[in-house]
Design a protein around this ligand. Sequence first.
Ligand code: NI
Length: 168
Amino acid sequence: MSKLDIVTIPDPILRTSSTQIERVDDEVRRLMDDMLETMYDAPGIGLAAVQVGVPKRLIVLDVSDDEDNPNPLFMANPEIVRLGEETRLHEEGCLSIPGIHVDIERPADVTVRYVDRDGAEQELTTDGLLATAIQHEVDHLDGKLIIDFMSRLKRDVVIRKFKKQVRA
Ligand code: NI
């Protein structure tokens, strides 16, 4: 496994729509493993392939807070097929926007369909932090970021700050 570079804003790739994965083959599995290592190293609880510069519909997650008992999830072509009616408020961060946190209210429980690391179709219904993280990562596949939940004024301040960092 190898650690990959994480893309940060304002890189335009983060605004692209990722494409479907045709087949979970060894190449995709290698990317999954590299993404997981990159995510653990950051550290983070979720990572989308577009965040390592690969605009394919692939996310990895691990919301377990016990380092000795990792619980990695690999989802190719994740599709949220049901959103619950209750909501959950969580202060979200993003590895592509370091240092920025946004309070976001999202549906508290979700059902997601995806293809796992072995190429098998799965359906998962979950709630809590994992439900929040899945929605955050699936947003990445459609070019959506946590700053889009901010007011336009605050978002522009954040974007300007990161553009300045790139120039410096
Ligand atoms: Ni993110």
